[in-house]
Design a protein around this ligand. Sequence first.
Ligand code: MLT
Length: 258
Amino acid sequence: MPFKDYGGGYPVVLLHAFPLSAQMWDRNAAAIAAAGYRVICPEFPGFGENRNFGPVSTMDSMAESVIELLEHLGIREAAFAGLSMGGYVLFRILRTNQRLVSCFALCDTTSRADTEEKRLGRFELITQIEREGSKVLAEVMLPNLLSSGLVTRRPLLVEDLRRRFLQCDPEAACSALRGMAERPDSSDVLGIVKMPLILIFGAEDKVTDLECAQEMADTAVDARLVVLPDAGHYSNLEDPEGFNKNLISFLDLHLATH
Ligand code: MLT
């Protein structure tokens, strides 16, 4: 599994969102590495440099690849952060290999499985992508992910996201959409694992909203919820400073003895 590797120190694994790649973490990874950590950003099947994917990229197969990668690197324990689809994968890692996780961040994600409506929406999106290609992602999906003022505030970020959505391999996108549609509910995991958790959410996230965030914070054993004002679904990209500050202070607090 291809990955980006930054800095040195205690490992922090960042799991990317759909339909992006490890590149989405560039600014975050640089700041976390500068704070004294080794940052590892794997690329899921079909995204970035990872050209190895089948018809359905399940969250379980993505989790297994991350676990194998860490084994290959000789890493027995790490801090993890997963944003949206990355969070779905992190739930699968917590389910099967919680000893690998010392503390974790769930960002703009949900422990819930898709509702029937959401699942049907994904299959409609797949049909559209099969017909018209990745421009459907940029035209139909992207606008819903951004905070309301972003186009005016950060036009270059919006343009960059649009370009990355257009560049996404349409078959890889469909494969991951099928995998997300069939992911099971993971809500019970949060009541089982005891490791410290930070939830970082954009206040304007319309996909995985603050109701999802609050529900997870209430279920978890040791959780803190941080809401970044004005940020949308990709809170790490819309407010990298706020995201980095909160994640790094969480890591410093819980990893001081490592
Ligand atoms: C993501 O950002 O990874 C996706 O929006 C997740 C999803 O479609 O559920």
